[in-house]
Design a protein around this ligand. Structure first.
Ligand code: GDP
Ligand code: IMO
Ligand code: MG
Length: 424
């Protein structure tokens, strides 16, 4: 049985928690896209792990972890991730594999990300400054890309980095009037990465297909959310990869046909970090209530997340393009204490009601939300361990959304811990 977990909103839906839970029944967990812009949280007892590049299955000691070709890897972040787990006596030796085709995020990518955002002023995208856009741009551009396989031939890499850095410095100097970078320093870092990571590098496509042929169970872990998808999200306020489940086959060389189940993750409301249209945003006391109660601050950047009501139009779109089979809804506990809740069931755009999500940013920014209002509940639900023991209004809220999106909500989060999860 192979499954894929993917975010159905703008990221941070709680994918880390869901992947950690499902990993119990898997042999291999695969990250197939994005990079260290991701921040996936797993909470087990009193321990909290924030994973940026390692798959969220890595906390379980016997799971094989794969970073496939579609990911862009910052080896400094990966080194720190491995170190953090080692400090908790979790070793990745012999169970972490990185694709030789993974593109490497280097210092000049992060610098370019930052300089471009700064130069855009109020028009900035609000990226995580993790060098994601510039690294994927180099991948698409081809000539100046560095991949894991390049660490095998350091002499050739040194020459390549000279050419790349010469070009980057022209841009940094002429466009941004910024400090220049030093090719030797970058090469030295790459040299140490080669020492550290060469043993982890394999052909992950071959590895995954052999594992499938041998009946292994694979869990594919999406990063970001479907509405941040480069081609299908709210461009340009998106990330630079196909972060919906459409990116999974290209990101790891396994066709979607071989995945038995696509599981979409949502929050019981909506959040978004960074700029871009957000029709159900509550930039008011309700939004602040959700932010405080749900601890809605970025796992990677610490930025306060923008908060708003659940958006059926947006999630239904993500369900449709992602061929989602079932849904996990996190953070139901966060809504306790709100007198009434709103569910966005349609948009009004230029006087017309629309239920198919317009990813086009111009249209979306003209959309006003059409709501159904449902009663809230007062009781805290973080200790509840059966769906039927939830307050009637909480059950009704879940069932109403289920009706709207037309897919079963089979997993419900009532707190950050692994144990605070209900199954139906
Ligand atoms: P991801 O990027 O999709 O993995 O999500 P993040 O880890 O960035 O953000 C989700 C946040 O919500 C983390 O702090 C989780 O610990 C927390 N979380 C996950 N599920 C629940 C839940 O059901 N209730 C509450 N209160 N917190 C949750
Ligand atoms: P996880 O996997 C939430 C957002 C950024 C910004 C836009 C572009 O934890 O859900 P980038 O650095 O990718 O160029 O930024 O995308 N973004 C995320 N938002 N969760 C994420 O990942 C995100 N990864 C990128 O905030 O708006
Ligand atoms: Mg996150």
């Amino acid at each position: 049985m192979n499954s894929c977990v993917v975010g159905l909103q703008w990221g941070d839906e709680g994918k880390g928690k869901v992947v950690d839970i499902l990993a119990e029944q898997s042999d291999i967990v695969v990250r197939y896209g994005g990079g260290a812009n991701a921040g996936h949280t797993v909470v087990i007892g009193d321990s909290r792990f924030a994973l940026h590049l390692l798959p969220s299955g890595s906390i379980r000691p016997d799971i094989i972890c794969v970073i496939a070709n579609g990911v862009v890897v910052d080896l400094e972040v990966l080194t720190n991730g491995i170190k953090t787990l080692a400090e908790k006596d979790i070793s990745l030796d012999g169970r972490l594999f990185i694709s030789e085709n993974v593109h490497v995020v280097l210092d000049y990518h992060k610098k370019e990300d930052q300089l471009r955002e700064e130069s855009l002023g109020k028009n900035k995208l609000g990226t995580t400054i993790r060098g994601i856009g510039p690294c994927y741009a180099d991948k698409v551009g081809r000539s100046y890309a560095v991949r894991m396989a390049d660490l095998r031939d350091l002499k050739a890499l040194k020459a390549k980095l000279q050419t790349i850095v010469e070009y980057k410095n022209k841009v940094f100097g002429a466009v941004y009037d910024a400090e220049l970078i030093n090719a030797d320093e970058i090469f030295k870092k790459c040299e140490s990465y080669a020492d550290r990571f060469l043993p982890f590098i394999i052909d992950t496509t071959e590895y995954l297909h052999k594992a499938i042929a041998n009946g292994k169970s694979i869990l594919f872990e999406g990063a970001q959310g479907s509405l941040l998808d480069l081609d299908h999200g709210t461009f340009p306020y998106v990330t630079s990869s196909n972060s919906s489940s459409l990116g999974m086959p290209a990101g790891c060389g396994v066709p979607a046909k071989l995945v038995d189940k696509f599981i979409g993750v949502v929050k019981a409301y909506s959040t978004r970090v960074g700029a871009g249209p957000f029709p159900t945003e509550q930039d008011n006391q309700t939004g602040q209530f959700i932010r405080d109660k749900g601890n809605e601050y970025g796992t990677t950047t610490g930025r306060p997340r923008r908060c708003g009501w659940f958006d059926v139009v947006a999630v239904s779109y993500a369900v449709t393009i992602g061929a989602i089979d079932s849904v996990a809804m996190m953070h139901l506990d966060t809504l306790a204490g709100l007198k009434e809740l709103k569910i966005c069931k349609a948009y009004k755009i230029d006087g017309q009601e629309k239920t198919f999500f317009p990813a086009n940013t111009d249209k979306l920014s003209r959309a006003s939300a059409v709501y159904e209002t449902v009663p809230g509940w007062d009781e805290e639900i973080t200790e509840v361990n059966d769906f039927n023991d939830l307050p009637a209004n909480a059950q009704h809220y879940v069932c109403r959304i289920e009706e709207y999106i037309g897919k079963p909500i089979t997993v419900i989060g009532v707190g950050p811990k692994r144990s605070q999860t209900l199954f139906r």
